[in-house]
Design a binder for this molecule. Structure first.
Ligand SMILES: Cc1cc2nc3c(=O)[nH]c(=O)nc-3n(C[C@H](O)[C@H](O)[C@H](O)COP(=O)(O)OP(=O)(O)OC[C@H]3O[C@@H](n4cnc5c(N)ncnc54)[C@H](O)[C@@H]3O)c2cc1C
Length: 322
């Protein structure tokens, strides 16, 4: 009865989401008084480093059928690995990969499942009580998983990755991975930017910026802060920014430590994707803009005056630090 954390690697590299899932898994294992193991599918660098985040052992599966991602064959592999290693709880990140496999793994294991958990669970008898946001982030619900086997996917930024140990032993695990039924024809990656779901800081622009030609200052502010850029839906719909930057109910839901909204009104559909941010800063020239009600800090002013001054102030502050 161990906790098995599927540690996701992108192009062989583990990202923050994997370390968050491991931290969540280690804390869940401590709660249950059991071991926390990591599972890695396919090629990845430096597997032993997962021990730093609480994995006591790393199970590694290599197989020709894992060369590219296929939700059905990967879910089958994870379920088999859980059975072979005697895991009763399987944890993974609530990324696009995790979202597409958590339910499939749960079905194969006959497990109860909660997707998008936002807190480490509590233990009530044999049940794990798992909290997740509901109603577009307006409320939190607690779900009791009553089955013997349990599958949980963990929302980005739900826990901070914690380094608790050294390197973990890596052991090969032999399992039968079914052949993928979907063939990946082409992959187009956005390079050289902080990925939005992973970002600690997000600078986001709305229709108040008037046009794509004005995004230079958003990008510059993001650059000085080491942030990712995002936008409201009409901005993506108008083609001012790429669709993968659109946040909200119909876009990506994010939980950065700092969300800076510039020229965005704060419609409910936009807030649904960002209101779990730890700190929200709003810059809007309309003091009645609804976003101010959800803001921790607000600047009433013209973005074209405020943002350049903010960039200069941050640059001055950084220069003083060096
Ligand atoms: C089913 C459905 C789903 C939707 N899903 C999403 C979603 O996922 N994400 C999303 O974002 N929207 C979504 N929307 C659209 C949403 O309702 C709003 O229309 C949208 O969020 C508004 O975008 P905006 O704030 O950029 O633009 P606007 O509402 O036009 O607001 C622009 C803001 O900029 C301010 N402004 C103007 N000039 C300046 C200036 N110079 N300096 C500073 N501030 C300035 C204005 O005061 C205003 O508050 C959805 C709508 C529907 C019906």
């Amino acid at each position: 009865m161990s906790v098995l954390v599927f540690a996701e690697a992108t192009q062989g590299q583990f990202k923050k989401a994997a370390f968050e899932a491991l931290t969540y898994g280690r804390q869940t294992a401590e709660l249950l008084g059991t071991a926390c193991h990591a599972l890695v599918l396919g090629p990845a660098d430096n597997l032993a480093q997962l021990g730093r985040y609480g994995a006591q052992k790393v199970w590694h599966v290599t197989h020709d059928h894992l060369a590219s991602f296929d939700s059905q064959s990967w879910a089958a592999a994870i379920a088999q690995a859980a059975e072979k290693t005697g895991a009763s709880v399987v944890i993974m990140s609530h990324t696009s990969t995790g979202k597409s496999i958590a339910g499939r793994v749960a079905i194969r294991l006959g497990a109860g499942s909660v997707s998008g958990a936002s807190q480490v669970p509590s233990l009530e008898g044999n049940e794990l009580h798992v909290v997740k946001p509901v109603f577009s982030g307006k409320a939190y619900a607690t779900f009791a998983i009553k089955t013997e086997k349990k599958v949980i996917s963990v929302m980005g930024n739900a826990v901070r990755p914690e380094e608790v140990g050294g390197e973990a032993p890596v052991e090969q695990l032999s399992i039968e991975v079914p052949a993928p039924r979907v063939q990946v024809v082409e992959v187009q990656r956005v390079e050289g930017q902080v990925p939005l779901p992973e970002a600690e800081i997000v600078v986001s622009g709305g229709r108040g910026l008037k046009g794509p030609e004005n995004w230079g200052m958003i990008e510059e502010l993001a650059k000085v802060l080491g942030a990712a850029t995002a936008c409201s839906r009409p901005v993506a719909d108008a083609g001012w920014r790429p669709h993968h930057e659109h946040v909200g109910q119909t876009g990506i839901a994010i939980r950065p430590n700092l969300y800076i909204a510039i020229g965005i009104s704060g419609a409910i559909q936009h807030l649904a994707g960002v209101n779990n941010s730890k700190v929200i800063v709003v810059i809007n020239k309309d003091p009645e803009a609804p976003f101010f009600k959800a803001a921790d800090y607000g600047v009433v002013g013209d973005a074209f005056e405020v943002v350049p001054r903010l960039i200069e102030a941050i640059k001055r502050f950084k220069a003083q630090q060096n």
